[in-house]
Design a protein. Structure first.
Length: 202
C-alpha cells in the first residue's frame, strides 16, 4: 500500500489539472480517502485505511460507485507472543442515494449534501503469519456527508460498516480452526476523510 499510495495521489492531482478538458463529463467523479480501520471483536482500531473510488451520477439523487479499499489490523498474538494480524483489501460496487436532494433536486447546489451507500464486492485477506490468501465476499454500507470546497472539489467524510463472509483467519493472524475447516462472518468499520473531484458541475 505504501508503494502505490504516491502513484494514486499523483494520478488524482493530474486529473485536477484537466478540469477544462473534462468539464462536459459532470456526472463523473473520483475520490481518495484515508482514515480509521476498526473491528469490535477483538477491539482493534488504527489509522490504516486507504481508499480510492470512481463515481457515476445518474441524476441529482442516484449514483453508482466502484471503489477499492485497503486496511491493516494488528493485535497481540498470544501463541507467538508478538504482534501479528491481517492485511485486507477489497473492491466493491455500490449504489448511492443523495438524501439531501430527495425532497428537492435543486439542493444539489447546497454546500453540504448527505449520501447513503451500500453494495457488495470481493475481499482478499492475508495473514502476516502465512503466505496464503483468504478470498471472500463482502457486503457494506455507510453514510457520507459531502462538503463543497469549490465548484468541483469536495471534502467527503464517511462512516462505513463492512460484513466479510466466510473469513478463515482470526484478526491475530491465526487460522480460525485447527482440525475441521471453519469460518465466520466478521464486521469491520471505516471512519474516513477524503477529497472528491467532479469532472464538471451541474
Amino acid at each position: 500500500m505504501k508503494k502505490t499510495t504516491p502513484i494514486l495521489l499523483l494520478v488524482f492531482f493530474l486529473f485536477l489539472n484537466l478540469t477544462n478538458c473534462f468539464a462536459q463529463y459532470y456526472k463523473y467523479s473520483i475520490d481518495v480517502n484515508y482514515g480509521l480501520s476498526g473491528v469490535s471483536q477483538p477491539n482493534i482500531n488504527d489509522f490504516s485505511h486507504f481508499g480510492v473510488g470512481f463515481n457515476y451520477e445518474f441524476d441529482e439523487i442516484y449514483s453508482l460507485r466502484l471503489d477499492y479499499g485497503s486496511d491493516q489490523f494488528r493485535t497481540f498474538n498470544e501463541r507467538i507472543g508478538a504482534e501479528a494480524g491481517l492485511d485486507m483489501s477489497r473492491i466493491s460496487l455500490q449504489g448511492a442515494v443523495n438524501l439531501s436532494t430527495i425532497s428537492s433536486r435543486i439542493r444539489i447546489y447546497d454546500p453540504i449534501n448527505v449520501f447513503v451507500h451500500g453494495g457488495f464486492g470481493l475481499s482478499s485477506i492475508k495473514s502476516t503469519l502465512g503466505s496464503g490468501r483468504d478470498n471472500t465476499v463482502n457486503f457494506l454500507g455507510g453514510i457520507t456527508p459531502r462538503i463543497k470546497l469549490t465548484r468541483q472539489l469536495y471534502l467527503s467524510l464517511d462512516a462505513s460498516a463492512i460484513f466479510i463472509l466466510s473469513q478463515h483467519y482470526n484478526f491475530d493472524g491465526d487460522l480460525a480452526y485447527s482440525d475441521v475447516v471453519n469460518s465466520f462472518t466478521s464486521i469491520t468499520y471505516n471512519v474516513t476523510a477524503g477529497l472528491t473531484f467532479r469532472f464538471g458541475e451541474y
